[in-house]
Design a protein around this ligand. Structure first.
Ligand code: FAD
Length: 290
């Protein structure tokens, strides 16, 4: 089922969705699926699986999404178009369709860092080109897109960023945000989209911080900003009690964030699981029934 249809069926009742990355080593897959099974306790509306732009993990995205579909949970496969040909994308989308995966997060992705890359040579320049391609050739697919409350680092101005997003949202079903730590950033973003006539659901992405190192890594990859006070409390917890103390601070912060987002009318919460169950289960338990 298209995710947008299952959101509509909720009649405004919020939900959780989950994001996973495909573990590289197949030997770890039993643990991965065990984590996913534990997370069924929070009744996720869908589970998304990331995709390595141009990398070797693309087949893993397919296989994991296929197994999620076979297990009865609705999967969303991420898909990037940087450096891709329509032939390859068609092949990938057809293979998804054949195993019952009907939802895609349409992304541009980032160009490879280890070799020369020219956008002009590629068939696809922006995620919106991929959205158009999927709409034309795979109309039975649901299509989500990436959203950036802290503007995407390549945008020249905030206004350019919002306009490009609004353009991308016109033909897609919903957005999923990059992680952020200040709920006001999300609400301001939604307001800006509304001012540009975009009223489609934008799911806030919430990452429970689980260690100081992972916080640094995720921030450097995402380009997201972090509240200074929160950063200091994570650093302080790390010095005093290590990863366990950081996890407690991260969960407490995420619970507050989720509550503020839901109270302010977010349609659902997209949890960045980092392939771990514990923190997400604790958040859902402490937030209480949706
Ligand atoms: P675009 O929407 O194309 O935007 C890229 C830049 O171009 C932005 O600055 C935008 O403002 C600008 N732009 C867009 N359209 C136009 C236009 N028509 N004219 C001019 N400028 C334009 N990456 C992965 O490799 N694999 C993943 O699985 C993955 N999952 C993600 C999930 C989420 C929820 C998010 C938020 C990001 C994810 N990413 C993933 C990262 C993403 O690939 C990068 O952020 C990438 O740099 C941009 O992709 P995009 O789809 O947002 O691109």
């Amino acid at each position: 089922m298209k995710i947008i249809d299952s959101i509509a069926q909720r009649n405004g009742r919020p939900f959780y969705s989950l994001e996973f990355f495909p573990p590289k080593e197949q030997s770890t897959w039993p643990d991965f699926f065990n984590t996913l099974d534990r997370l069924r306790a929070i009744d996720p509306l869908f589970a998304s699986v990331t995709y390595g732009a141009g990398g070797a993990t693309q087949n893993n995205t397919y296989e994991i999404a296929a197994r999620i579909a076979a297990s009865g949970l609705n999967p969303m496969a991420h898909l990037t178009c940087v450096g891709a040909t329509s032939e390859k994308l068609r092949e990938f989308l057809t293979s998804l369709r054949n195993v019952g995966v009907h939802n895609v997060l349409a992304l541009r992705g980032d160009p490879p860092k280890d070799r020369q890359f020219s956008w002009e040579d590629g068939e696809f320049q922006h995620a919106s080109d991929l959205v158009t391609f999927i709409r034309r050739e795979f109309p039975d697919f649901g299509v989500g897109v990436a959203a950036y409350p802290t503007p995407h680092p390549e945008s020249d101005t905030f206004a350019d960023d919002r306009l490009a997003m609004a353009q991308k949202m016109i033909s897609s079903d919903f957005g999923v945000t990059q992680l952020f730590f200040d709920p006001r950033e999300y609400f301001e973003y939604v307001d800006q989209m509304r001012a540009l006539s975009i009223r489609k659901p934008i799911l806030p992405g919430v990452l429970p911080i689980q260690s100081l190192d992972s916080m640094k890594r995720v921030l450097s990859l995402s380009g997201g900003s972090v509240l200074a006070k929160f950063y200091l409390s994570v650093e302080n917890a790390h010095e005093k009690g290590g990863a366990e103390a950081v996890q407690e601070v991260g969960i407490a912060f995420a619970v507050q964030l989720v509550r503020r987002l839901l109270d302010g009318g977010a349609p659902g919460i997209h949890l960045y699981t980092l392939n771990r169950a514990e923190a997400c289960l604790r958040i859902a338990e402490e937030v209480g029934p949706l």
